[in-house]
Structure formats: structure tokens, C-alpha cells
Design a protein around this ligand. Structure first.
Ligand code: PLP
Length: 407
């Protein structure tokens, strides 16, 4: 299926480009992967943006995601399918992290996760291009964001989850208007079914990085960080890496901002954090190779990063290596301990994937990869409220004797 868009206003998007070969693709048509099966990247006329949009103009706008509109692909405001995409706060966690450690709390976005950033962009573009039906494999949060935005603009959705996806995710996806199926397999098994339907022309395939606009939405994490740090960057970023959209997007954002002259060449060390039960990027990083092999028998409580195979593997690995960071794995016990400690000491409830970044930060500190004088950002990608929590309450009988001094 190829659809055309009648441009409703000039845009700074010039074309799309294969991330592996550099081959050019026309903008304003719906594309999946490139001819060689790799993600497409959106390119802008950055010279024209530099001339038309002074940095101070952006600073003066409200701080929401659309503040960055010239660096985003949606041409007409009429096509924006918004649920209120706010700038997320940087929350210091001095007790469980350290004096210079901050959590970018993405759990405050619509649908409770940063998948909203990617899907608001992808769905808005789908709406602009006249798409009527979308399918997606998901570990939960992406499906919820897709369902919410697509339903809002009348696009039909089919969402396939691994059968052990947290119940709350499966239910919210259905409530928000998608047809949701539990598949007896992992996310890439779900993806294979979605690909089959797309090949038959039944729907558009919205798997991670298989359409070009989610990266553009996720890129706003990097744009926001730069503005929040006063047009500078922290020394290190810890990112829980599944498909790697956010890490790739932020790296792209930094390059675009430097080309605009809005930041200098200094970059943070990028740490791609995975769970030791599913660490294909870490293995590829350690082996010194450009592409990762599928991780067999993937398991972790951090379901958002249980991704055995990433189509943008080489983009993640390049960004991490260029930045001087590393890919590192942490085990589920360390993840759980980090979640508990951050909640108990700093009052901030992380999701397990967010807990993974705190555990990884501590390990990196021990290994001398970062120092405690570095400004560090950890990504908490979803609200901790979406995940199972241990019951630590004690029953209290209001009819009996209550010794208030012991409560
Ligand atoms: C999707 C997801 C991730 C991984 O994000 P990618 O950009 O695809 O690597 C991490 N944490 C949570 C909670 C997620 O939902």
C-alpha cells in the first residue's frame, strides 16, 4: 500500500533515508523498512530551520512536545492527534542514586509510558497519509499508546502480545479500542504474524522501527533534555534498551541540534541497559560486532526490554560506541532491589526497566565508567504503577484492641 499526502503547508522534511545504505526515499508517502530491510530515517533541511527558527523562539514556546515542531515530520497541526504530551520532569534521586543523578520520569506521559512520544508521531503521520488500519506486536506499553492515539482519530488497530504480557497492559489496550490477542510466543513471534498480514495488504505494520516516524517522536527526549540542561548535555545517559528507538532517536536529535548550532559537539556517554536474561545488544557490543544475533530463551521481569532481536541493532551499537559508553546487562534481582530502594528512599516508584538503569548506573560507578561528579540521567520509561507490586500491608481489626504506639 502506498498513499499520497497533499501537503497542507511547507515542511522542513526533505526526504527519508535508509539508515544502512543512505538510499533516498520520497517524503509524504507511507514507507516501511528500506529495500535492504533496515529502518528509514527522516531528514530535514536544517539550513532552512537555522535561518527560520532562532533557538530563542523555541525557548519562548510552551514546553510541550510540539514546541519542537520544525524538527518533527507532521506538516499540518490538523493532523496532530494529541492527548497532552507534556515535557517530563527530571527528578533528583539523591538517596538511592547520588547528588548528581536525575530520573527523567516518562511515566507522566499519556498512557503512562514514553511509547506515547513515538506513537503520537507515528499515528499523526498515519492519519495524515490516510491509513485506516494498523497492526503491532507489543510487550504492552507500545500497544497501549497505539490503541489510544489510533482510536482517537478513528484508525482501526490489531495488537498482538506475548501471552505473559502484564494483565494491566492487555486490558488497557482493549479498553482503548484495539482488538488485542495473546500469542504463545515472544514479541518477534508476534511480529512475524503482523508482517504476514502487512505483506497481504491487510494493515500497516507498526513494529518498532518498521515505520519511520516513531524515532522522530522518541527524538524529543533528546531535544527536551538539552533544553532542560540549558542547551548542554549531561555527562551520561542510562537508557533501558529493547528496540532502541529512544537511544537512536536521542543520538539523532543531538546531531541535528549541533548542525543547527544550538549545542556544541560534546555528547553524553550513552549506556544501553539490558536485562541479563535478554541481552543481545550487550553480547554484540562485547563481541565487537555491528549486528546482534537473536537472544534465545529471553526472560526478565522488565518486559519492556524483553526484545530478543532489534532491527536497529547497528544504530544502537554505533551510537553507544561513538559516545564512549557501553552496553551493559543487569540481573532481575538487581532490578528489583533498585526499584525497592528508589521507592523507599526517594519516594519515586520506578518501573522495572527504570530500575534497571539505576542498577546499571551503580555498576558503572563501581567500575569507574562514570564518576559521582558526573551529571547522570536515568530513564524511567513507564509509570511503576503498571507493574505488579508486592503486598507489604498488615491487616488491622478495627473492632479489636489497637495499640496505636506500635503502628
Ligand atoms: C518499550 C520500552 C522500553 C524500551 O524502549 P526502546 O526505545 O524500544 O528500546 C523500555 N522500557 C519500557 C517501560 C518500555 O515500554
Amino acid at each position: 500500500m502506498t498513499l499520497n499526502l497533499t501537503a497542507t503547508r511547507p515542511s522542513f522534511v526533505t526526504h527519508l533515508e535508509c539508515s544502512l545504505t543512505g538510499e533516498r526515499y520520497e517524503a509524504d508517502r507511507f514507507h516501511g523498512l528500506s529495500r535492504v530491510g533496515r529502518p528509514l530515517l527522516v531528514r530535514y533541511n536544517l539550513d532552512a530551520i537555522r535561518a527560520a527558527v532562532p533557538r530563542a523562539m523555541v525557548t519562548a514556546r510552551p514546553t510541550d512536545l510540539w514546541r519542537w515542531r520544525e524538527l518533527l515530520p507532521v506538516r499540518s497541526p490538523d493532523h496532530i492527534v494529541s492527548l497532552g504530551e507534556i515535557e517530563t520532569p527530571l527528578v533528583p534521586i539523591p538517596a538511592s542514586g547520588g547528588a548528581r543523578v536525575m530520573v527523567k520520569d516518562e511515566g507522566r506521559l499519556p498512557t503512562g509510558s514514553f511509547k506515547a512520544r513515538g506513537l503520537v508521531m507515528a499515528v499523526s503521520m498515519a492519519k495524515a497519509l490516510g491509513v485506516t488500519k494498523i497492526a503491532m506486536p507489543t510487550n504492552g506499553n507500545a500497544g497501549a499508546a497505539l490503541a489510544a492515539y489510533a482510536t482517537r482519530c478513528g484508525i482501526e488497530t490489531v495488537v498482538l502480545c506475548p501471552d505473559d504480557t502484564p494483565d494491566i497492559n492487555v486490558r488497557e489496550i482493549a479498553l482503548q479500542g484495539a482488538r488485542v490477542y495473546r500469542v504463545n510466543g515472544l514479541i518477534d513471534d508476534c511480529g512475524a504474524i503482523v508482517a504476514r498480514g502487512a505483506a497481504e495488504g491487510r494493515w500497516f505494520d507498526f513494529s518498532t522501527l518498521k515505520e519511520p516516524y516513531r524515532i522522530e517522536g522518541k527524538k524529543t527526549m533528546g531535544l527536551e533534555l538539552v533544553a532542560q540542561f540549558g542547551w548542554e548535555l549531561p555527562e551520561a545517559i542510562f537508557y533501558p534498551t529493547g528496540g532502541g528507538t529512544g537511544l537512536i532517536g536521542m543520538w539523532k536529535a543531538f546531531a541535528e541540534l549541533e548542525a543547527l548550532g544550538w549545542i556544541g559537539p560534546k555528547r553524553p556517554k550513552m549506556f544501553a541497559v539490558q536485562a541479563s536474561g535478554c541481552a543481545p545488544i550487550v553480547k554484540a557490543f562485547d563481541d565487537g560486532v555491528e549486528h546482534a544475533e537473536r537472544w534465545e530463551g529471553a526472560h526478565t521481569i522488565a518486559s519492556g526490554i524483553r526484545v530478543p532481536r532489534a532491527v536497529g541493532d547497528f544504530l544502537i551499537l554505533r551510537a553507544v560506541r561513538e559516545s564512549g559508553g557501553i552496553a551493559m546487562a543487569v540481573d532481575d534481582d538487581a532490578i528489583e532491589a533498585a526499584v525497592v530502594e528508589c521507592a523507599a528512599k526517594d519516594g519515586l516508584l520506578l518501573c522495572p526497566e527504570g530500575g534497571a538503569t539505576l542498577a546499571a548506573y551503580r555498576a558503572a560507578l563501581d567500575r569507574g565508567l562514570v564518576s559521582d561528579s558526573d551529571r547522570v540521567v536515568l530513564f524511567n520509561c513507564a509509570t511503576g504503577l503498571k507493574y505488579p507490586m508486592a503486598d507489604q500491608s498488615t491487616p488491622l481489626d478495627r473492632h479489636g484492641e489497637i495499640d496505636l504506639a506500635t503502628l
